[in-house]
Design a protein around this ligand. Structure first.
Ligand code: URA
Length: 438
């Protein structure tokens, strides 16, 4: 067998065996063949697709290229959530301690943000002292003791994905369902959770903006997860507008932690509360702690309103050496000064947001990366106030922009304004939870 035969077989649309797929993944990771051969293979997959068996083999080969964590000794069911990413998506920061307060163990490996979507790891780095790296034993030990832990994915987790993703990025082969599935699932499976809930976002701020493609991805993710023995469920959620109000790092972390206070379900942005409790209830139900969604939701709300989720959050952050002051509204995190209040130029209903552009305006303030090694100002942020369907009067504050160099704020404000469409007639509010699949 050689790589040329495998490329030829895929080019002709033939189904590859597990052995052939392992040959490609292992050979590429070991640098046994050239980058141009891997790029030809990826392009053949892009055009010819993969069956669900091939996708499962690809995921398995990428998963086995690195370490897998063993969570079998944990004293409660383990569960995790993966979001396909969006603007203002700070759900993991609430979800992990809340799920732990419901009786689950949540070992979470997170990544960094790129472009218009943020990453949980960057948000956590806004907490002074927070340790994002530790070895696997310490990570699992903390998860068992505290109920949850969130660290950065080390190079030892699915290393083949890192190499293949970099190649996809420069060969126009990122947007390919089997390749996306193997990339997401190889990393998620490696952390060892028994239950995986996918928050699959669609809309102008998501990387899948059309529902048909989102369904195709959901089907592939669930099939691969189940083949690997995991309990799976997908929630399709709206990403035509930011989640909550805060877009940034320190400000999103503050919004998330404030929402977890015992009165948070009433005081925090309604969309952030609704999506978080839905996803945690899915974790609880699918992991088998409750038999239906209603009972799972009651368990989640009790854990939230009792203050146990908030206490868990403080224990988790302290266990990872982060310093928070729970008596302060900003928890003691550094936030850049207010540089500009963006006011509405006209009356009307907010009809549409180009959410990708809105997310990119954070980069104008220095708070997001356009390249992987761009420096990041974790204190920069935007509070974007209205939701689609809100009536706005000329002069109302649409957004507050926070940054250290106030001269950057006017570019960001122009970009935000250009991303908004107003309507003379009333516009309905967007649905948040669009569908489910399991
Ligand atoms: N997220 C991933 O981890 N991989 C992809 O290919 C796409 C989104």
């Amino acid at each position: 067998m050689n790589i040329l035969e495998i490329i030829e077989a895929k080019k002709q649309g033939r189904e590859l065996s597990a052995f052939q797929i392992e040959f490609v993944v292992n050979g590429f990771t070991a640098e046994d063949f050239a980058d141009y051969q891997m790029s030809a293979f990826l392009m053949a997959v892009w055009f010819r697709g993969m069956t669900s068996e091939e996708t499962a083999y690809l995921t398995g080969a990428m998963l086995h290229s690195g370490e897998e964590l063993d969570t079998s000794g944990m004293s409660a069911p383990t569960a995790d959530k993966h979001s396909t990413g969006g603007v203002g998506d700070k759900v993991s920061l609430l979800l992990a301690p809340l799920a732990a307060a419901c009786g689950l163990k949540v070992p979470m490996l997170s990544g960094r943000g790129l472009g218009h979507t943020g990453g949980t790891l960057d948000k956590l780095e806004a907490i002074p002292g927070y340790r994002i790296h530790m070895d696997n034993d310490e990570f699992l030990g903390l998860t068992e003791k505290v109920g949850c832990a969130i660290i950065g994915q080390s190079g030892s987790i699915a290393p083949a994905d890192g190499r293949i993703y970099a190649m996809r990025d420069v060969t126009a082969t990122v947007d390919c369902v089997p390749l996306i599935t193997a990339s997401i699932m190889s990393k998620k499976l490696a952390a060892g959770p028994g239950t995986i809930i996918i928050d699959l976002k669609t809309g102008s701020g998501a990387f899948m903006d059309d529902m048909d493609r989102a369904r195709e991805l959901a089907t592939a993710l669930v099939a691969v997860g189940k083949l690997h023995g995991r309990r799976m469920s997908v929630v399709f959620s709206d990403m035509d507008q930011p989640l909550g109000r805060a877009i940034g790092h320190a400000n999103e972390t503050i919004e998330a932690f404030a929402a977890l206070r015992s009165d948070g379900r009433n005081s925090a942005p309604a969309d952030l509360v609704a999506l978080t409790e839905d996803l945690v209830a899915e974790m609880v139900r699918v992991a088998g702690l409750e038999s239906d969604r209603t009972a799972a939701l009651s368990r989640v709300r009790e854990a939230w309103d009792s203050g146990r989720a908030f206490e868990n959050m403080l224990s988790w952050v302290e266990a990872q050496k982060g310093t928070l002051d729970p008596d302060r509204e900003d928890f003691g995190l550094a936030v850049a000064p207010l540089a500009l209040e963006l006011k509405a130029p006209r009356d009307g209903w907010l009809a549409k947001i180009n959410c990708r552009e809105l997310g990119l305006s954070l980069a104008d303030l220095g708070g997001a990366r356009l390249q992987v090694d761009d420096p990041l100002d974790l204190t920069a942020g935007i509070d974007f106030l209205p939701k689609i369907g809100t009536h706005i009067n000329k002069g109302d504050v649409l957004a507050r922009l926070y940054c250290t160099e106030s001269s950057k704020a006017s570019d960001a404000a122009s970009r935000i304004l250009a991303s908004l469409d107003f309507s003379e007639a009333s516009v309905p509010e967007n649905l948040l939870i669009l569908d489910r699949y399991e």
